[in-house]
Design a protein around this ligand. Structure first.
Ligand SMILES: Nc1ncnc2c1ncn2[C@@H]1O[C@H](COP(=O)(O)OP(=O)(O)OP(=O)(O)O)[C@@H](O)[C@H]1O
Ligand SMILES: [Mg+2]
Length: 514
């Protein structure tokens, strides 16, 4: 059923329910993005599974999140269950073959897959602020913190580093506030407390090194299939903000790192964004604008983004308008909001004179959908009522034993499993504070005989000069000088490893330059 230029999604039906023709997604438009929507239990995950399978077979690597664990079966060979075989016959999928797929399991918590990490620096102030749900004023301070880290050559790798930097900024609030404005000890303190909450939610595992190498989610196998990266997201979903921010970060990393390819024969990577409503839910307008921008621009890097969500209204219009390949499963239409969703979904399709999309959407069966893909010249095809093909891999989850075995045999085994904690802001600031204290102690030590209060013993010998003694040096300014010196030495020793130009990319994350 497959050819080199398209993937088979299923077969459309005529108004009398008889077989019409195969429905396909052209690989050359695979980077024109897409969406899979529909009420719960209507077949979204299976549609994601068959698309991921077909992209993999076409040599396209795939990244997707596994929200309920039921996508993990894609790593194992499927079995000929009656209802699957029946569906295959209905849609003339012949032969209906079973297959296992090359899967790399990932997990932010490192339990159900290889740990996946990013550094605080890479995440950048915009996404971190979103992750911590900071106010606009607090986000301003976060920006200043990153700027100071850049200027002073402090590496921000893990949350410990960020905590140390914030503590240092709180200590220097007056000086920094004078330079940048709006920085006070209490306002920094509020951010520090939010950071503690984030740590308690388990984000500590995620920030640090070794950070994910984009190349590792863009692998192909020796026999030319695209690797399917499956992110375990069941536990992650308990912190939806971390989930959404992480995927957004990954998208922006892809955007920053991949070269322009224009319009390739097939995508370089396909990225499924499941539970996509989390990305947009109460997100500030600037963030939605940036997401819209990333989605628009990432296309020319050959990355196709497919949003998976229950309700098409979950996706902002500016983003929705960019999704060329659409699979709309059944929607309910009881409440006014549901009716509005049905109308929106129906109105975005190129109409088919054979039926009313709005009516059919509420009547679709499980694993059935309204489908429209981009055809010649990138125009949307007329919407078709389509029975989606059954998967070749296993329907449903794999066992923990199967998972463990696959993790051990994965091509990235051993690469990410241990955390590296190299010298970064936390250690540097600790050292700097210690140096400052030592220097101060030394100063006191050597200064004791000279700068004690006259008449209390241990007096200095009277100065030899005429006209009274030198005024005692003020402790505060002394400390400042010592601290400044320490900072400068840190900058000198680390500056080179941080790199001359720290460039922040489209989402304010660290861009390594191209
Ligand atoms: N294309 C298909 N071919 C055969 N069976 C299917 C197909 N799509 C869905 N099904 C059947 O419907 C069930 C539910 O589908 P699925 O898990 O994909 O729904 P969902 O929309 O992801 O639900 P949820 O919103 O709860 O995650 C599947 O377990 C399978 O039995
Ligand atoms: Mg599902």
């Amino acid at each position: 059923m497959a050819d080199d230029t398209s993937i088979f999604i299923g077969a459309s039906r005529k108004p009398d329910d008889s077989y019409q023709r195969p429905e396909r997604l052209l690989l050359q438009y695979g980077n024109r993005h897409g969406m899979i929507t529909g009420a719960t239990g209507t077949g979204k995950t299976v549609t994601l599974q068959i698309l991921a399978e077909s992209f993999s077979n076409a040599g396209v690597p795939v990244f997707c999140a596994d929200i309920k664990g039921d996508l993990s079966g894609i790593a194992m060979m499927g079995t000929a269950q009656d209802f699957l075989v029946k569906r295959a016959k209905q849609i003339k999928l012949d032969p209906y073959e079973f297959q296992e797929f090359p899967v790399i399991f990932w997990d932010l918590f490192g339990e159900q897959g290889h740990p996946i990490r990013a550094t605080v620096s890479e995440m950048g102030p915009l996404l971190l602020s979103r992750l911590m749900n900071l106010s606009e004023a607090q986000e301003g301070i976060m920006n200043i913190a990153f700027r100071i880290a850049d200027e002073e050559g402090l590496l921000l790798l893990d949350l410990k580093d960020l905590q140390a930097l914030l503590a240092n900024i709180a200590d220097r609030a007056q000086e920094i506030g004078a330079r940048y404005g709006n920085v006070t000890k209490p306002s920094v303190g509020a951010i520090q407390r939010t950071l503690l909450v984030l740590e308690q939610q388990g984000a500590t595992n995620f920030f640090g090194e070794p950070a994910l190498r984009i190349a590792d989610i863009m692998r192909t196998t020796r026999d030319g299939r695209g690797a399917i990266s499956v992110l375990a997201a069941d536990k992650l979903m308990m912190n939806p903000r971390l989930y959404a921010t992480f995927l957004l970060w990954l998208m922006s990393e892809l955007f920053e790192e991949l070269p322009e390819v224009g319009d390739p024969d097939k995508p370089k990577l396909v990225f499924f964004f499941d539970e996509a409503h989390l990305l947009f839910e109460d997100a500030p307008k600037v963030l939605i604008d940036r997401v819209e921008q990333v989605v628009r621009l990432i296309r020319s890097k050959g990355v196709g983004v497919y949003f998976v969500t229950q309700n098409p209204l979950d996706i902002p219009e500016t983003v929705l308008a960019q999704l060329g390949n659409r699979v709309q499963h059944a929607l309910r239409a009881y409440t006014p909001r549901e009716q509005k969703a049905v109308k929106t979904a129906a109105d975005t399709f190129r109409p088919n004179p054979d039926f009313s999309s709005a009516t059919v959407i509420t009547q679709l069966g499980t694993g059935e959908a309204l489908v429209s893909t981009l055809e010649a010249k990138g125009a949307p095809s007329m919407v078709q009522r389509t029975l989606i093909r059954p998967p070749s891999s296993r329907l449903g989850p794999i066992t923990p034993d199967e998972r463990r075995k696959l993790i051990t045999e994965s091509p990235v085994a051993g690469q990410y499993d241990e955390t590296i904690d190299r010298e970064s802001a936390f250690e540097m600031l600790q050292k700097k504070a210690k140096d400052a204290l030592d220097a101060e102690a030394q100063q006191q030590e050597s200064g004791r005989s000279r700068w004690t209060i006259p008449g209390f013993g241990n007096d200095d010998p009277p100065p030899q000069t005429t006209g009274g003694g030198r005024p005692p040096a003020r402790r505060a300014s002394n400390r400042q000088t010592v601290a400044e010196a320490a900072i400068k030495s840190v900058v000198r020793s680390v500056g080179s490893s941080v790199g001359r130009a720290i460039v922040r990319g489209i989402l304010g994350s660290l861009s390594r330059g191209r």
